[in-house]
Design a protein around this ligand. Structure first.
Ligand SMILES: [Zn+2]
Length: 141
């Protein structure tokens, strides 16, 4: 499932694909009936997506995973990484997993110490929701 965020109402659950315009995927937000493409806002790429994509890249997500989370194509993300000359430190001893959650789910997550004790956790906002990234030592549990 592909996840895009409505730039008008920040919804991300009622988003459906709605054709291709100028080689870009067009989406329809069923909640507010707004049509949008996620790669560009007017002629300029929305800085929000650039910052989020680079953050996620540095957290160890693959370009394909970032594409799934943000709805921005992996080749666009790859271009941003080159443009801003981003170099990722070697993180291959860790195995990141990620999950998009609501505010309530995030609170439930944080109230259970066992799920993050001895693990690395980063929570970042993503539209109206939150992205939880968790690292396990590779080969551990
Ligand atoms: Zn909307």
């Amino acid at each position: 499932m592909e996840i895009a965020i409505c730039p008008k109402c920040n919804d991300q659950e009622g988003i459906v694909k709605s054709g291709i315009v100028n080689n870009k995927q067009r989406y329809l937000c069923k909640r507010c009936a707004y049509h949008f493409t996620v790669r560009k806002v007017g002629k300029k790429i929305d800085n929000y997506y650039i910052v989020k994509a680079i953050q996620l890249y540095l957290e160890g997500l693959s370009l394909r995973e970032i594409e799934r989370v943000l709805g921005v194509s992996h080749s666009t993300i790859s271009n941003w990484i080159k443009k801003y000359n981003i170099r990722k430190p070697d993180l291959n001893v860790y195995d990141p997993t990620y999950k998009i959650v609501t505010f309530e789910e995030m609170q439930a997550f944080l109230s259970n110490r066992d799920v993050y004790t001895d693990k690395g956790v980063i929570i970042t906002e993503l539209g109206s929701k939150f992205l939880v990234i968790r690292w396990n030592k590779a080969g551990g549990n």
